[in-house]
Design a protein around this ligand. Structure first.
Ligand code: ZN
Length: 370
């Protein structure tokens, strides 16, 4: 091969690479599966994560996706370029479903999108036909919404790395979103003195405004009297070993510490109550995380909480003084406050709770290499 021929071949390769990279999907290039727009303020009727489902007797239910209201037979659009894996129905799903496989533009690897409560037919229209393995483009019309008896909506899921339900993550990372609005997510930390005479506990209440439901993770950091970090406790909605059971028989909100599944560490979750009409009231979401079995620190220490959204934006509470000895947590301010299991994100105790402040977190994140 002559030099000129070689250069021409290389230029073709380079041009090809350039074209591919320039057309790659980016995080800022997302659309809603209903409407197909890039608007960031469209409604959803149920957020991702743990909830107490009123229609099932307020049982614990891990919502593996988000619900998006949609007038019956609305067009459903692919949120990214992908390959068809399920084209309308599948025995593993109780309702109509389209599943697409995508290249993950943030993390590499693959992710899958599920569009559930859909049909391929609409009266007066030609049926939509998708072949398994067929390529689809972002914004392509792939189904019609069919809703459920309680609400006209679709259930939209994202499964990262595999098709299994254990890998469901918060779809907001893959939907139009203004993550600079993260500052309006709030967290409150309180210590629970001597709740059951056994465990030392801390409670973190997370409050998220409507249509900004990107909250994903809460961490509890404890420093002893020498400022030595203790084990970081956390609950990550997208993490491994999270209980993603749907329609759990009892209404237990207990969750083994996902960081140490074999341990006795527990996190009690107080999810929001879910009502399919919640969105009509423009309700905020709220979760309570009660970290029990905290270490005994007879010499005293400090505790603080950090919350994260799906993009890694973070916010910390201020530190609270902390002593836990002989099964009793001693808060800096004497209080007989019992742990709140309230599902409303109201302040649990004005003397113990502190509002999260943005800006102080980065240093701690760096220290702990989170
Ligand atoms: Zn749903």
């Amino acid at each position: 091969m002559g030099l000129i021929t070689l250069l021409r071949a290389l230029s073709v390769v380079i041009l090809h690479c350039y074209v591919q990279s320039s057309s790659a999907v980016t995080r800022n290039d997302r659309i809603w599966p209903i409407g197909g727009t890039t608007s960031v303020d469209l409604p959803q009727s149920s957020p991702f994560g743990p909830r107490l489902q009123i229609s099932r007797g307020s049982k614990y239910d891990y919502h593996r996706g988000v619900d998006i209201p949609a007038i019956l037979y609305s067009n459903v659009y692919a949120v990214a370029d992908g390959i068809v894996r399920i084209n309308g129905s599948h025995p593993a799903y109780s309702d109509g479903v389209v599943q697409l496989k995508h290249t993950d533009w943030d993390e590499g690897g693959v992710f899958y999108t599920n569009y559930i409560h859909v049909v391929m037919n609409k009266s007066g229209q030609n049926p939509i036909t998708l072949a398994i393995g067929q390529s689809v483009s972002k914004g392509q019309h792939i189904a019609y919404s069919n809703g459920t008896s309680s609400l006209d909506h679709i259930h939209f899921e994202v499964r990262v790395g595999s098709v299994f339900s254990r890998d469901c993550c918060n779809p907001w990372k893959y939907m139009p979103n203004n993550d600079s609005d993260y500052s309006s997510i709030e967290a409150e930390l309180s210590l629970t003195p001597n709740y059951d005479s056994i465990d030392c506990q801390a409670v973190v209440i997370v409050s998220v405004p409507p249509n900004l439901l990107t909250f994903n993770r809460v961490e509890l950091h404890i420093l002893d009297s020498s400022d030595t970090p203790q084990k970081v406790r956390f609950y990550d909605m997208c993490g491994t070993n999270v209980n993603r059971t749907q329609g759990q028989v009892d209404n237990s909100t207990y969750q083994d510490d996902p960081d140490d599944y074999s341990s006795s560490y527990l996190i009690r979750i107080s999810p929001m109550f879910f009502n399919s009409k919640s969105y009509e009231k423009n309700e905020s979401a709220g979760w309570g995380f009660e970290f029990v079995d905290l270490p005994s620190l007879s010499g005293g220490g400090r505790v603080m909480a950090i919350i994260f959204d799906v993009f890694g934006n973070s916010k910390s509470t201020e530190y609270l003084s902390y002593t836990c000895s002989n099964g009793t947590t001693t808060a800096p301010t004497t209080s007989s406050t019992t742990p709140t299991h309230s599902t409303t994100p109201t302040s649990s105790s004005p003397t113990l709770a502190v509002a999260a402040t943005l800006g102080t977190i980065c240093a701690f994140v760096a220290i702990y290499s989170i």
